[in-house]
Design a protein around this ligand. Structure first.
Ligand code: SAM
Length: 188
């Protein structure tokens, strides 16, 4: 059974067009939840490579794959802007809650694009602090948002926590999001 968080991610990936047989790169995979979810979608003829800088998270991801007998997911240690040359090309590049930690999310996305096949998909699920509630007088919501972003700052993955992100769904060569940092970035 998929929990509510995974259900949202699952629907996002499906709506974006991730399909059986795809080769997918999962950016900042952490303990592998999105990688393993995507591995189930692409099936035995597909492959998902998750990468992260965090060894402990990668160990958890690898163990989870072994425990669940998932053979089409691999995990490597890498940084967004320094992927191994031989990693190849992907039908889709996906990620969840990772661009929001980059000091320059646009640069991060651009540095991944050389690994995307023509007409490939780029699909990110990110937290949004700039959405439709921002101009409304909702003190409790505002307080909750502040707590969330204080927590993000304290997570300190890269010492560069950054608020400029939105729910980002990039499809077929065009990037759109509800943030102030990435708007209709044309992929070439
Ligand atoms: C909030 S966790 C999300 C993990 C996973 N995507 C998920 O949704 O379950 C963010 C992950 O991104 C990784 N990360 C952050 N910046 C990164 C970078 N520049 N290169 C690779 N991984 C990065 C962190 O190590 C962390 O595991």
């Amino acid at each position: 059974m998929i929990n509510q968080r995974e259900d949202f991610t699952y629907r996002l990936l499906m709506d974006a067009g991730i399909k059986k047989g795809f080769r997918v790169l999962d950016v900042g995979c952490g303990s592998g939840d999105v990688t393993l979810l995507t591995a189930a979608i692409v099936g035995d003829d597909g492959e998902v490579i998750g990468f992260d800088t965090n060894d402990a998270a990668l160990d958890i991801a690898r163990n989870a794959a072994v425990e669940r007998h998932i053979l089409n997911a691999k995990f490597i240690k890498a940084e967004i802007s320094m992927l191994p040359q031989d990693i190849g090309w992907f039908d889709a590049i996906v990620g969840r809650r990772v661009l929001m930690y980059q000091s320059d999310a646009t640069h991060s996305v651009k540095s991944l694009l050389p690994h995307l096949k023509t007409n490939g998909l780029v699909v990110f699920q990110e937290s949004d602090s700039m959405g439709s509630f921002k101009n409304m007088d909702l003190p409790l919501h505002t307080q909750a948002q502040a707590w969330i972003w204080d927590t993000v700052a304290k997570e300190d993955f890269s010492k560069k926590s950054h608020r400029a992100s939105g729910l980002v769904l990039f499809l077929l060569g065009e990037v759109s999001c509800i943030g102030d940092n990435i708007h209709n970035l044309k992929l070439s």
